[in-house]
Design a protein around this ligand. Structure first.
Ligand SMILES: Nc1ncnc2c1ncn2[C@@H]1O[C@H](COP(=O)(O)OP(=O)(O)OP(=O)(O)O)[C@@H](O)[C@H]1O
Length: 503
C-alpha cells in the first residue's frame, strides 16, 4: 500500500501545520532585514545574546553530567507502578508553569528559602545572580534529557550489557564501553533538546533570577522587555533565537542518526536478514594460533540442574556431562530457554539450583550464543572479539593478535574492520562465536544460534561450532528445534516437555 492513511487526514494535518508555522513565518516577514545586524548589535542585545549562549552551554553540560546518571538509574528501574510514579516525578518540571518552577526555586534557594537562608548567612547568594539563571534553566531543561535518554535505555533493553557481562567485563567497563556509546544517539538528541529548552527559558528565570542586563537578562527576557517600545529589536533577537534552536536540533538529529547504533533497528535488521554471499567462503582447516584447552586436562564442568521456577511451571532435574555437547529439544513453551537461564544465572529458581562439579572451586565462565549475535554495534569485528580479552586484562597488542587468530578461525579475518551492520547474518554469527570462544569459556550455552540463517550459513556455523567446541573442551548446551543440529552436533539429547525432563 502506497499510503497507509486516509486522504481526508490532510485537512486537519494542514490546519495543524499552518497553526504551528504561521506565527514563525510572520516573525520572519515582519523582521526589518535591512537593519538586522544593527539591531542585534546594540549593547543590550549583545549582552543578552552573550549571556544566553554562556548560560545555555553551562546548563547543557550540567544536564549531561547529572542528567545522564539519573536517566541510567531510572531506566534500570523495574516496570512497576511505584517505579512509573517515580519516573513521572522527574518529568514534572516539564509540565509545571515556568513561573511555578521559578517560585519553587526561589522558595528553596532564594535569600529566605529553605536552603538559601543558610547559604545567605554564610555569605552565599544565589537568587538574582547568573548562577540562578543556570539553575532555572537546568531545572526546566534537564527533564527533557532525562526522559529521552531513560526511554531509549528502557526500550533498548539490556541484552548487550548481559552479553558484555558474560564475556567477563566489570560493570564500570560495561557502562563506559557498551552502555554509554550505545546511548550516544539518544544522549545527543537529549542534549540538543535541553539546550533548546534552556535557550527559550523565561518564566523560571525572571521569577528566580530577575532581569539585570548582563547578569540575568537572557534573550527571552530582553525580547519580552523590548516587545512594545522597541519591537524591531525584539523581532531581530527572536529570529536569532529561532535560528539557533533550529540549527542545534538539526545538527543533533543529523549527528544522532550517523552515530553507530543511531539506527540500531536497521543494524539488527541487516545483521538478521542480509543474505550470505553466494560464493561459499571456505573455513580454514587448520587451527594454528588459538590457545586450546587440553581436552583431557581442561574440560568444562559437569552441570547439575535440580531447580523449579513456579511461575513458569518448570521443574527440571538433569545432569549434563562435562565437556559434552547436550542438545535440548522439546515443543514451544516446554522450558528449554528456562533451563539455559537457570544455568546462566539470569533466572532465579524458587527451589533448588544449579551446581557445577568436576571443576574444583573455580566459578565457570559461561558464555551465551543466541539467534541474535548481539555484536556491539559501535565496535568493529576485531574490537568485538578483543573486548572480552581486554576485560580479562590481556595486553592490547596480545589481545588484538589473539582476536585476529580467532577471527581467522571462523573465516572472518578479512572482515576485522567491519562494523556489525556491514556483516551478513552468518558472518555476524561467526564473529559472535569468535568473540565467545576468545575468552576460553568453560560453559557455552547455545540458544538456537542457527535459527534465522539461510541454509548454507547455518551449515557453516554448525561446522564451525562442532570444530570449535570440540577443540575447547567446554561443556555446551544447545537449545534447538532442528533435529539436524542435534544429530550433527550433540553427544546426547535431552527432551523437555511441559516443564519437565521427559527423556
Ligand atoms: N518472563 C516470563 N514470565 C512468566 N512465564 C514465562 C516467562 N517466559 C516464559 N514463560 C513461560 O515459561 C514456560 C517455559 O518457557 P520457555 O521460554 O523456557 O520455553 P521454550 O521451551 O524455550 O519455548 P520456545 O521453544 O518457544 O522458545 C512457558 O510456559 C512460558 O509461557
Amino acid at each position: 500500500m502506497k499510503q497507509a492513511y486516509p486522504r481526508w487526514l490532510y485537512l486537519p494535518a494542514a490546519i495543524g501545520a499552518l497553526f504551528l508555522l504561521l506565527p514563525l513565518v510572520t516573525i520572519l516577514v515582519r523582521t526589518p532585514w535591512p537593519h538586522f545586524w544593527e539591531l542585534i548589535s546594540t549593547p543590550e542585545s549583545r549582552d543578552a545574546l552573550k549571556l544566553s549562549l554562556e548560560t545555555c552551554l553551562i546548563t547543557t553540560v550540567v544536564c549531561a553530567v547529572i542528567g545522564t546518571p539519573l536517566a541510567v538509574v531510572l531506566g534500570h528501574m523495574p516496570n512497576t507502578w511505584w517505579a512509573r510514579a517515580i519516573r513521572t516525578l522527574f518529568t514534572l518540571p516539564m509540565m509545571l508553569p515556568p513561573v511555578v518552577a521559578g517560585l519553587a526555586l526561589l522558595m528553596t534557594w532564594g535569600r529566605n528559602g529553605m536552603i538559601g537562608h543558610s547559604l545567605s548567612i554564610m555569605g552565599i547568594e544565589i537568587g538574582f545572580t547568573t548562577l540562578a539563571v543556570i539553575m532555572a534553566q537546568s531545572f526546566v531543561a534537564m527533564p527533557f534529557l532525562v526522559t529521552s535518554l531513560e526511554g531509549a535505555i528502557r526500550s533498548r533493553g539490556y541484552a548487550y550489557e548481559r552479553a558484555a557481562a558474560a564475556l567477563g567485563a566489570s560493570k564500570t567497563r560495561i557502562f563506559f564501553q557498551v552502555s554509554l556509546p550505545m546511548m550516544l544517539p539518544a544522549l545527543v538528541s537529549g542534549i540538543a533538546m535541553s539546550f533548546s529548552r534552556a535557550l527559550g527559558e523565561f518564566g523560571a528565570t525572571i521569577t528566580f533570577a530577575g532581569s539585570l542586563q548582563g547578569v540575568t537578562r537572557t534573550m527571552p527576557l530582553a525580547i519580552y522587555l523590548q516587545r512594545e517600545s522597541r519591537t524591531e529589536e525584539a523581532l531581530a533577537l527572536a529570529v536569532v533565537l529561532i535560528v539557533l534552536a533550529i540549527l542545534v536540533m538539526l545538527a543533533a538529529n543529523t549527528l544522532a542518526a550517523r552515530l553507530p547504533g543511531g539506527n540500531l533497528e536497521k543494524a539488527n535488521d541487516q545483521a538478521n536478514h542480509f543474505r550470505e554471499p553466494a560464493a561459499e567462503e571456505p573455513l580454514p582447516s587448520s587451527l594454528p594460533t588459538v590457545p586450546k584447552k587440553n581436552r583431557a586436562l581442561g574440560l568444562g564442568p559437569q552441570i547439575n540442574v535440580d531447580a523449579s521456577v513456579d511461575v513458569r511451571d518448570v521443574h527440571l532435574k538433569v545432569r549434563l556431562p562435562a565437556g559434552n555437547l547436550t542438545a535440548v529439544m522439546g515443543p514451544n513453551g516446554a522450558g528449554k530457554s528456562t533451563l539455559l537461564g537457570l544455568i546462566a544465572g539470569t533466572i532465579e529458581p524458587d527451589r533448588g539450583g544449579v551446581t557445577f562439579s568436576d571443576f574444583g572451586e573455580k566459578t565457570p565462565r559461561i558464555v551465551i550464543l543466541q539467534q541474535k549475535p548481539l555484536l556491539f554495534p559501535h565496535m568493529n569485528a576485531l574490537k568485538n572479539v578483543t573486548f572480552g580479552l581486554r576485560a580479562a586484562g590481556v595486553h592490547r597488542g596480545v589481545a588484538a593478535q589473539r582476536a585476529l587468530a580467532e577471527l581467522a578461525e571462523v573465516g572472518c579475518r578479512d572482515f576485522a574492520d567491519r562494523r556489525p551492520d556491514q556483516l551478513s547474518g552468518g558472518q555476524a554469527q561467526r564473529v559472535a562465536i569468535a568473540r565467545a570462544m576468545a575468552v576460553t569459556p568453560d560453559v557455552v550455552l547455545l540458544d538456537e544460534p542457527m535459527a534465522g540463517l539461510d541454509e548454507s550459513s547455518a551449515d557453516q556455523v554448525r561446522a564451525l561450532l562442532r570444530r570449535r567446541l570440540a577443540s575447547s573442551g567446554a561443556t555446551a548446551v544447545l537449545v534447538t528445534h532442528d533435529p539436524v543440529d542435534a544429530e550433527e552436533l550433540a553427544d546426547s539429547t535431552v527432551l523437555i516437555r511441559y516443564g519437565k525432563v521427559a527423556g
